[in-house]
Design a protein around this ligand. Structure first.
Ligand code: SF4
Length: 309
């Protein structure tokens, strides 16, 4: 008898509290001020969300130079450096800061004075740029992995060194980098933790990947946390695919997979997950929900939004 194809949906998956807060804020700002509303960089790293907001009059700018004076400006969930914030204030832009509170916590940790700050993260990611741009250390280094950590210079034994991490990294990679740095700098102080949402989604995907032949992650190609979910599934031995939506579902997965896992990055809308599941159900898969690996109750209130003058 042919075995029934099964699709397992991991929990938790999809939007985190920081992304929900950012989206609720931009909705409120659009209602109150009307278009155009400016956001420095993408509000969250998801193409579907960004395109929908563009249709409603939200402009995503790469630099402050693209934003007319006195416009309403949102800082994205990934945050900005102190210099960018100061410059936006100097230009009299009406700032509404939707930096995720957990990224803000990282900014505060980075701002403490010390000799050396080492940040584990991906160069060029807005969160890393923003955090480096708030460092209170005499010297700041960004390392992407253990081999980059091994290549850092030697410091005198009394150098005060602190380690922090981008919020959306692979938890196992952070542990490896920290172990490498501890070998080199026994005095290392570490507050390197990824955020609750990243940790929980990775844990759920590890569990999915252990029982499934393949795992699909719904998310955009430039979403850091979605890429890490794909990596985590591969580390556990499953084939893994990061797809934007049901339209990118590989045909061979439908044809050749009996046990399939599905999860979604922290910026992926649930409607895209539903669409994917519908497609899989139509292709003969039976839906199973995976036991929840962590309860999530975190919610962040939206920032204060000024009245329209
Ligand atoms: S992934 Fe974590 S740090 Fe990033 S917005 Fe979500 S809760 Fe905040």
């Amino acid at each position: 008898m042919m075995q029934k194809k099964k699709v397992f949906l991991g929990f938790p998956h999809g939007m985190c509290a920081g992304v929900r807060r950012a989206l609720k804020t931009v909705e409120t700002v659009l209602d109150r001020f009307g278009a155009p509303v400016y956001v420095l960089h993408e509000i969250v790293h998801n193409n579907f969300i960004v395109n929908e907001l563009k249709k409603r009059g939200v402009h995503f700018a790469d630099s402050l130079d693209e934003i007319p004076p006195e416009s309403v400006l949102l800082f994205s969930a990934h945050g900005v450096s102190a210099a960018v914030e100061e410059e936006a204030r100097r230009r009299k832009l009406r700032i509404i800061d939707v930096t995720c509170p957990l990224v803000k916590r990282l900014h505060h940790a980075a701002a403490k004075p010390r000799d050396v700050l080492i940040l584990i993260g991906h160069r060029g990611h807005p969160e890393v740029e923003g955090t480096v741009g708030r460092s209170g250390a005499k010297q700041t280094f960004v390392v992407a992995d253990a081999s980059e950590a091994a290549a850092l210079p030697a410091f005198p034994p009394d150098t005060r060194i602190e380690l922090l991490a981008q919020t959306t990294l692979n938890t196992e990679e952070v542990t490896k980098v920290e172990a490498e740095l501890r070998k080199r700098y026994p005095q290392l102080e570490s507050a390197a933790t990824v955020c609750y949402a990243t940790t929980n989604r990775q844990k759920a995907v590890r569990s999915l990947a252990k029982k499934c032949e393949a795992v699909l992650i719904v998310g955009s190609p430039h979403s850091s946390n979605s890429n890490r979910l794909r990596e985590v599934a591969e580390q556990e031995g499953a084939r893994a695919f990061l797809i934007e939506n049901a339209g990118e579902l590989p045909r061979e997965i439908i044809e050749n997979t009996t046990m399939l896992g599905v999860s979604a990055g922290a910026s992926a809308p649930e409607s895209l997950v539903d669409e994917l599941l519908q497609k899989l159900l139509s292709a003969g898969f039976q839906l199973k929900t995976e036991n929840c690996t962590a309860d999530e109750t975190t919610e962040f209130s939206i920032p204060e939004i000024p009245e329209k003058p």
